[in-house]
Ligand binder design. Structure first.
Ligand SMILES: [Zn+2]
Ligand SMILES: [Zn+2]
Ligand SMILES: [Zn+2]
Length: 102
């Protein structure tokens, strides 16, 4: 039996007591068959379970964001939020340097 870490969503294979990613206890995690597959890619073993929607994701369709497994969709949504915040500053800088033409 394998288990999804309740804290970060990582797929922990075997009977380990601590999550391989966050080292937290996985005893209360959702147990899944050891041969579980990604919800999107039937040939891939899951990287973990999306902490937002609960979908099993693999390396191809999931990623680690802030220490938690997110599916591609939810990771993109999180990245968009971050990018919007990040692009606000460079835009201002561009405005400042605009007049300094060599
Ligand atoms: Zn974990
Ligand atoms: Zn998701
Ligand atoms: Zn996948």
């Amino acid at each position: 039996m394998a288990v999804y870490c309740p804290r970060c969503g990582t797929f922990n294979r075997g009977q380990g007591q601590a999550c391989i990613t966050c080292l937290g206890p996985v005893s209360k995690g959702q147990s899944v068959p050891e041969d579980a597959k990604c919800a999107t890619h039937a040939n891939n073993s899951p990287l973990g379970r999306c902490m937002v929607c609960g979908k099993a994701t693999c390396f191809d369709c999931g990623s680690m964001v802030d220490g938690q497994i997110l599916c591609f969709t939810d990771a993109a949504a999180a990245a968009t939020t971050t990018a919007e915040t990040a692009t606000g500053t460079p835009k201002d800088k561009k405005g400042f340097s605009f007049g300094k033409k060599k």
